[in-house]
Design a protein around this ligand. Structure first.
Ligand SMILES: NC(=O)c1ccc[n+]([C@@H]2O[C@H](COP(=O)([O-])OP(=O)(O)OC[C@H]3O[C@@H](n4cnc5c(N)ncnc54)[C@H](OP(=O)(O)O)[C@@H]3O)[C@@H](O)[C@H]2O)c1
Length: 329
């Protein structure tokens, strides 16, 4: 029997690499990976393991169509944060007087549309498209959250797909990645304050449970379960939940010093990280606080969101295990 082909965007990044790892030894499947630079070391890691690496930029609609040719399954992901660094976007924001986040939002949506259009062009062989997306934070917060562009833009891609290609939409499942637990190692980890005490600050209730997962370890099993199941699913991609108060307690044990969580405000985060990044992250935290990372009960019901357990996926990462024995960088 001929092998099926899964084409993976973002194979040199967290989510795509995890999907490739899940399929690399799977009988009956071969992998095509997409990168802007198929000869760089993080691409070569995959070609050395037998993956067909193809060069394509998400801004290049025609190159994507060629790269998708013959695919039976496609994993698509877009990168908002990359858009915030693109020099042309920074220049555009300066010249037009628009905020950079809005320009990045438009850029991410355009790339998502290119993925969807290219998937439509390969409809003759395609059985299943999985898109990594996030929720419509403006809708589920009832208009309160307006600066969570990296969530909202990804949902605009879903709306475009549904409105433009109803048949392709029926062949699609959506993967909503939870909060990366790896965020807690970097800038979101404990920091020593002026009084010498370790502190963590975010604009969120310290007891709010936050769904988390490990992007490099858990995306693969979850997306593979979507690809090998029937389409039409909308998955909350989380492996465990935890609050910042509990995170502070675990950090405290790991480093042997007190760590406290002190809630702050979106304005505080904006001041600490000016230029749009801070407000974006602050409003994301406010959204996670209310109505919740996946949009709360209303979204779960209306979108029929499912859990990894509903898909029969077990053995995912545990955030408490992940944090245990970590040291502050
Ligand atoms: N941090 C969180 O807690 C969290 C939670 C949920 C969702 N997310 C979302 O996750 C996304 C990032 O995903 P990730 O962490 O898996 O990615 P990542 O590790 O940051 O890597 C980005 C990937 O995207 C590819 N890429 C970027 N721009 C591209 C372009 N123009 N053309 C082709 N490929 C391009 C890169 O490939 P090459 O460089 O090889 O071309 C790379 O493989 C963001 O949109 C973010 O909003 C983050």
């Amino acid at each position: 029997m001929a092998s099926k082909l899964v084409t993976i965007i973002g194979i040199t990044g967290n989510q795509g690499a995890s999907v490739a790892e899940a399929f690399i030894n799977e009988p009956g499947w071969k992998i095509r990976g997409i990168s802007r630079d198929p000869s760089k070391p993080s691409s070569k890691v995959w070609s050395d393991r037998g993956v067909e690496m193809v060069g394509a930029d998400l801004d290049d609609a025609e190159a994507l169509k060629t790269a998708f040719k013959g695919s039976n399954a496609i994993f698509g992901v877009t990168d908002f944060w990359q858009q915030m660094k693109v020099p042309a976007n920074i220049k555009k924001a300066q010249e037009t007087g628009r905020v950079l986040n809005e320009v990045a939002f438009d850029g991410e949506i355009e790339q998502g549309k290119n993925i969807v259009n290219a998937a439509q062009a390969t409809a003759d062989t395609l059985d299943l498209l999985v898109l990594s997306v996030l929720g419509d934070s403006k809708k589920w917060s009832h208009g309160k959250i307006t600066w969570n562009y990296h969530f909202e833009g990804k949902w605009r891609i879903v709306e475009y797909l549904q409105a433009t290609y109803p048949e392709l939409y029926k062949k699609t499942s959506f993967f909503q990645p939870a909060f990366f637990m790896t965020n807690l190692e970097g800038g979101m980890g404990p920091r020593k304050g002026p009084d010498g005490e370790y502190v963590m600050r975010q604009p969120i209730d310290g007891n709010k449970q936050i769904p988390m997962y490990h992007p490099r370890q858990d995306t693969g099993p979850l997306v593979k379960a979507l690809i090998t199941s029937s389409p039409g699913k909308n998955l909350m991609g989380f492996s465990s939940q935890i609050s910042f108060n509990e995170i502070a307690q675990i950090w405290s044990k790991s480093i042997g010093e007190p760590v406290k969580f002190v809630p702050n405000t979106v304005e505080d985060v904006d001041k600490a990280m000016p230029g749009g990044h801070g407000r974006e992250l602050g409003e994301m935290m406010a959204y996670i606080n209310d109505p919740g990372y996946f949009g709360g009960e209303e979204a779960v019901k209306e979108l029929n969101l499912i859990t990894p357990q509903d898909l029969g996926v077990t053995g995912l990462s545990n955030v408490r295990e992940f944090l245990k024995d970590k040291k502050v960088n």
